[in-house]
Write a protein that binds this ligand. Structure first.
Ligand code: FEO
Ligand code: CA
Ligand code: CA
Length: 689
């Protein structure tokens, strides 16, 4: 393969087949065209029928211990449903689902062609940090026409997805640390066509990974700015070493010629959503890692994980043999990706971890809650059509204030996969979304064991095999095939767990499993939200469930369900993806797709989950052309919302851009002569003003 092939635009097998306004370019670059491929789960099993500060997001729940100069011990972290109401929440929140300070008039859906951020009346927005912003003292200014790998390594990466902002203890609300991951790159709009292919690959690679950046503001009423050269600033690159923890550490299944001990992995890839732990670390999910590897593609494991023999979209395999698992010594390299990563944003010298105990699959992310028993429970979805929902329960127990101990909790524990059972007759599941006669999509479920007390619970597989080939292990025990579980988030107010099933165009198509009560639409275009109630303690192996909503646009004739809330009084919503909670228990949903056929932009939506307005959906914002709304952070006490805008202007090219987010030129003015302009994925803040 020659150097010159590296800039060829990837084939677009999804052209004409995408959902809503989803770009076929996004499908190619982000997901390796997963939806154009055969369904990779061919198993038969589916036929079993705070930090003390109340000013911070509770999603950013919290509990810092010793972290170098930041040593602080928090007294009242919000860690569990049981303790939430007693742990320093506002009086209003104690009553449950009180009125938030963040009041707004919902916006109307915005046309997908609009290249603007749309926010409610009375709000404004501005970037916190953009792709290419220099973060170290010696980092060069962003120069889009002349980017180098050395510059990009010191600048904020591309396509920010999971994002959180944690206040630095003791800073009186004036200092915080921002984490963002960088899921993938679109070299066609990032770099001039004249840039040499090798340079494109190197700069693109340096735009992947993770970033940690300090923020500052004058006071709590002012917007945040990032601080160039701050002490906590850090980039995580393909050269960054991660410690592999848990039963797979040292296993022959993860050894390579570069890491014969099988314990140290360089880099993280395909980072999508994530979560913030009660002890103030960040979890990030390695999702579509398969798109970065060339493989034989013939083994059961390769097929189940979508690994194939075609050149990759970015062709890093031309520069480093590890990206081609056919190369001697690198056969296991792909086994070293697909994990949950844990990062300590408060210690820039810390070694990030990959936790094998949470299993290996296309992790959307992971979110943690501390059970009444003290065990830590992490929920994680496998974002692939007909794949599964997982739960990890730690062996050890959370100790409030002992951050060093708590940072070991995800290294050892039990792993389960979910089996849902509906309670309505199959004949009532029409496949179009009609509510069954008992008035609800609901039933019971079991957490089926994969690993228990350090041993495999799957016949014929060792614990190492279960954790490296988790999809294959799960196939053997009969879990429920879901419609692409994206973010899975427990409410710290109630302990109920919310699962965003984004869509599944193949449900009920051909030999694929047809609609079930928990995935009730064939050719599921618009997705749905599952609400899980664990039986007693969060560590339980049984649960009950119901659907909070079946998404779509009622005005377009979609059959929808919003827990009985009048369908003519909701904002239309489709393809739920990232989830977050505000401080009074409202669920916020960001979307990756709009109701099909009406060409609307992705957005952020508030959903009331309890009380008379349960099921009410209100759109808060819409993102610019081709963009996806990611990483929502709801600081409702400060009437501020943050989102990461990913892949704006995806369908453009360097010489013919279709978005200029976020550096718009004021109306009536023109860009500076000679200015090269392009969309820059960015974290933005939306606030009253
Ligand atoms: Fe990267 Fe599952 O979205
Ligand atoms: Ca039912
Ligand atoms: Ca996602």
């Amino acid at each position: 393969m020659s150097e010159t092939t590296a800039r060829k635009f990837p084939l677009l097998p999804m052209l004409g087949h995408t959902k809503g306004k989803r770009s076929a370019v996004t499908c190619a670059l982000k997901c390796d065209n997963a939806c154009a491929s055969e369904v990779c789960n061919t198993s038969e099993n589916g036929y079993f029928r705070d930090i003390a500060s109340a000013t911070l997001s509770r999603r950013a729940a919290l509990g810092f211990g010793a972290a170098g100069a930041l040593a602080v011990v928090l007294g009242s972290a919000v860690t569990s449903a049981e303790s939430a109401s007693a742990a320093g929440l506002s009086a209003a929140a104690k009553e449950g689902f009180a009125k938030s300070k963040l009041q707004f008039t919902p916006i109307a859906a915005v046309d997908a062609s609009v290249d603007a951020v749309t926010v409610p009346d009375g709000f404004t927005w501005q970037p916190v940090i953009r792709w290419g912003d220099p973060i170290f003292a010696d980092a060069p200014a962003f120069d889009i026409a002349n980017q180098t790998a050395a510059a990009q390594e010191k600048q904020f990466g591309y396509n920010n997805d999971y994002t959180d902002i944690l206040e630095i203890p003791g800073s009186k609300g004036r200092r915080a640390v921002l984490f963002a991951n960088h899921e993938y790159t679109n070299e066609t709009i990032m770099f001039p066509a004249t840039m040499p292919a090798g340079q494109v690959r190197a700069v693109g690679a340096a735009a992947h990974g993770l970033s940690v950046v300090e923020l500052e503001r004058k006071n709590k009423n002012k917007p945040w700015s990032y601080v160039k050269g701050a002490g906590l600033n850090r980039r995580f690159l393909n050269s960054t070493a991660y410690e592999l923890t848990g039963p797979v550490a040292g296993s022959p299944l993860v050894r390579t010629v570069q890491d014969p001990a099988g314990r140290t992995i360089k880099g993280t890839l395909g980072n999508c959503s994530g979560g913030t732990t009660p002890w103030g670390t960040i979890l990030s999910g390695e999702e579509n890692f398969n798109g970065y590897f060339v493989a034989k593609g013939t083994s059961a494991a390769d097929k189940r994980y979508g690994l194939g023999a075609n050149p990759t979209a970015r062709q890093w395999e031309l520069d480093d043999p590890r990206w081609d698992t056919r190369n001697p010594g690198y056969e296991n390299e792909a086994n070293r990706f697909g994990w949950i990563v844990e990062v300590d944003p408060f210690d820039p010298t810390s070694t990030p971890k990959k936790h094998s105990s949470l299993g290996r699959f296309k992790h959307e992310g992971a979110n943690v809650i501390v059970a009444k028993s003290g065990h830590v429970v992490a929920y994680s979805g496998d974002d692939e059509r007909f794949d599964y929902l997982y739960k990890f329960v730690s062996a050890g127990k959370y100790i409030e204030g002992d951050r060093k101990h708590n940072m070991t909790l995800l290294s050892e524990g039990n792993l389960y996969v979910a089996k849902f059972t509906g309670n309505s007759p199959a004949a009532e599941i029409t496949g179009v979304g009609n509510v069954p006669a008992d008035g609800a999509f609901d039933g019971i479920g079991q957490w089926l064991p994969l690993v228990v007390d350090g041993a495999s619970a799957v016949p014929g597989m060792s614990v190492e095999e279960v954790l490296v080939y988790t999809r294959l292990a799960a196939d053997k025990v009969g879990p429920t095939k879901m419609d692409r579980c994206e973010d899975v988030e427990p409410s710290l107010l109630t302990g109920k767990v919310y699962v965003a099933c984004t869509n599944n165009s193949n449900r009920g198509v051909g030999a694929n499993e047809a609609a079930t009560e928990m995935n009730p639409r064939n050719q599921n275009r618009d997705g749905h939200i599952v609400e899980i109630t664990e039986t007693g303690d969060q560590t339980s192996t049984t649960f009950s469930w119901n659907l909070l909503m079946v998404c779509g646009d009622p005005a377009q004739g979609d059959v929808t369900y919003f827990s009985g809330f009048p369908v003519d009084k909701v904002s239309p919503i489709s393809c739920p993806d990232n989830l977050a909670f505000d401080s009074v228990g409202n669920l916020w949903i960001s979307t990756d797709g709009a109701p099909s056929g009406i060409g609307k932009a992705d957005g952020l939506f508030k959903v009331t989950v309890a009380g008379k307005d349960r099921g009410k959906v209100e759109q808060f914002l819409a993102v610019p052309r081709d963009g996806e709304t990611c990483g929502p952070i709801i600081h409702d006490d400060e009437r501020t919302v943050f989102v990461s805008v990913q892949h704006p202007g995806e369908d453009g090219s360097f010489g013919a851009q279709v978005s200029f987010f976020p550096d718009y030129v004021a109306e009536g003015t023109t860009p500076a002569p000679g200015a090269v302009r392009a969309p820059r994925p960015a974290v933005i803040q939306v606030f009253r003003g």
